[in-house]
Design a protein around this ligand. Sequence first.
Ligand code: SF4
Length: 363
Amino acid sequence: MVVYDFTVRETTALERNWPYVTSSMVEAINTCPKWGIIHNVQHKRFVTGFRQMALEAGSLMHEVFSIYNLWQLAVTQKCLGHADVKGKELFGNIRWQIIDFTTIVTMDKPDEVILNKLAYNIIGTSDFYDDPNDKNRTLSNLEHVAIELGSYFLMNHTKFEIYVKDVDNPNSEVGIEQSLDVIFDIELTSGAKVSIRFIGLADVVYQNSKTRKITLGEYKTTASMNDAWREAFRTRHQISAYNGALEAYYTELSYNTILTGSTIPVRKTTTPTQHFNVDRDRENVKDFLSTALFSLGLIKDYPESTAIYAPMFTHSCNRYFRPCSLLDLCSSEKGDQIVMWEQMEIDAEMSPSELKALLRQGA
Ligand code: SF4
């Protein structure tokens, strides 16, 4: 199945009940199909009592990144009304009131002090709390990461202009945490046509005020920001998929991405924050679509409890130097696996990006 070409468009109201793929689903299925189908598609979990600290800390730092972008919109780009409307949408009315954004951004204080205050308010109003089992992702470490990100943001990011659809209308769209919900209409080299729905969440959408070109901005957190981490984004499907999906919303795309990363915790041996460019083209989007079609085929082949028969990529059982959470399942007798699969709980919690993308559309 070779992808010849594609077009992309916004998902219509009628198509919102279509099954969808996300980049994390595609990644999980290709890490290990059995894992990806049970964990990311069926959302089934063993009850362990352990929190997903990397996910929680990453999600909170995304909120810090967003509040800095809202500050930029309000102060650097002089769109306080737009930032206020978007802030309420992202954080909810009550939390937005407690964050006290408008008062803080209009204070007569240095920018760095204002960003620090906004970050403290975001972290202080979140539901994140320390876990005695995790000494790295603590509230005080996250505050330190946020302060480092704030200083870096002031030196670098304010030159990237955030997209504003209509500067005169505060209710118009702005490029902060933009939901992506699109249909890729794909033409295969055989002549056959197939469509897939993809959802995601673009952290920032920038627009160059001279060229009018749109550029994707993505924020990532990691335990260690070394060359290997950075290099992985040269091929990462998520970046390709998001650039392709943006074609549904904008005509002038740079197909370039500004990727910003933070290390949690801040370490003396590695840079705490950096940003860099990653380029993509439509061929990379086709590569993503081939992988997505392959993943969808596997999802279709192993529905419900037949997921326990899905291919097992056992080289992934100890990925990131930790045993896979389905190891007990996979190492049991097949007869027992059916019973275990039935007893696993369905975690209604989607990944933060899936949840946010769907919630904002009232899906
Ligand atoms: S334990 Fe190994 S084979 Fe089983 S789901 Fe996890 S990665 Fe796949």
